[in-house]
Ligand binder design. Structure first.
Ligand SMILES: N[C@@H](CC(=O)c1ccccc1NC=O)C(=O)O
Length: 256
């Protein structure tokens, strides 16, 4: 059974029973994706008096404390609070809608003279054109799958490896075209070590001169090869943490 979704004067259809989860799991141990020198996720069994929060150890319930670093462990979504001192710049205030029309494109980064691998604006523009159908449709969200798309992206330890990032002019272009949400399979839109410049973050949020308060960036997604480039309905879910970032669960539905 198909459901319909209206967008820019058209009616699209999607199958609610066919979700495509593009988040990475949050699990303890060193088999998980990791970046920015974060400690691995930890789930700690709570013990109080005779109580043990582990059914395996004889307790009545599982009851654990979670230790995690949103920017360093797994799929996460952030708002401009990532680069702002404003106390009100928290994701729970910025992200108030959870369904968006998204385009998924695949782009290979280009090696720069200094050895950096960078996703270039020109290549993204070509990929947009190559989508064929719905070329004229400006999406609310852009999902960037970098090539090659090997499975190791799900478990990579990125810290200290100078991972791929995006050209700041690409972030600027997305802001100018009112793309509110950027999702990508990299640890950051900016260079791992850039002296605190964070040029693409600033360009995407137009911070601080014309801050795009509702715009978000989602990092460390993984889009399997079987998912084709094209038009999707994106359901972007986060925790209600009062923080600049949250672990997140982006889920796609193919739009037809
Ligand atoms: N590149 C920045 C650091 C940075 O971007 C960052 C540091 C810790 C956690 C997350 C970061 N950026 C993520 O988007 C710098 O060199 O200061």
């Amino acid at each position: 059974m198909l459901a319909t979704y209206p967008y820019q004067g058209r009616t699209f259809s999607f199958d609610p029973a066919a979700p495509i989860d593009i988040s990475l799991p949050l699990a303890p141990g060193d088999q998980q994706v990791n970046c920015f020198w974060a400690e691995p996720v930890q789930f700690e069994t709570i013990r109080v008096g005779n109580f043990v929060g582990s059914v395996a150890e004889g307790g009545s319930t599982n009851y654990k404390r979670v230790h995690l670093t949103p920017h360093g462990n797994g799929t996460h979504t952030e708002c401009y609070g990532h680069i702002s001192a404003e106390p009100s710049a928290t994701l729970d205030r910025c992200l108030r809608r959870f369904l968006f029309v998204a385009k998924l494109i695949s782009v290979a980064p280009r090696r720069q003279d200094n050895g950096d691998e960078v996703v270039m604006l020109a290549d993204v523009q070509v990929a947009f054109q190559n989508l064929g159908s719905h070329v004229e449709l400006t999406p609310e969200a852009l999902i960037l799958r970098t090539l090659p798309n090997d499975e190791t992206k799900q478990t990579r330890h990125y810290s200290g490896t100078n991972p791929t990032y995006i050209e700041p002019s690409l972030a600027q272009y997305l802001a100018e075209h009112h793309v509110q949400h950027l999702l990508l399979d990299l640890p950051s839109v900016d260079r791992e070590e850039d002296g605190g410049a964070l040029l693409a973050h600033h360009a995407f949020w137009q911070y601080p001169h014309a801050t795009r308060h509702e715009a978000t960036i989602t990092e460390l997604i993984f889009v399997p090869d079987v998912v084709q480039d094209g038009l999707y309905l994106l359901n972007l879910q986060v925790t209600s943490s009062v923080l600049d970032a949250s672990p997140s669960k982006p889920v796609l539905y193919r739009l037809i």
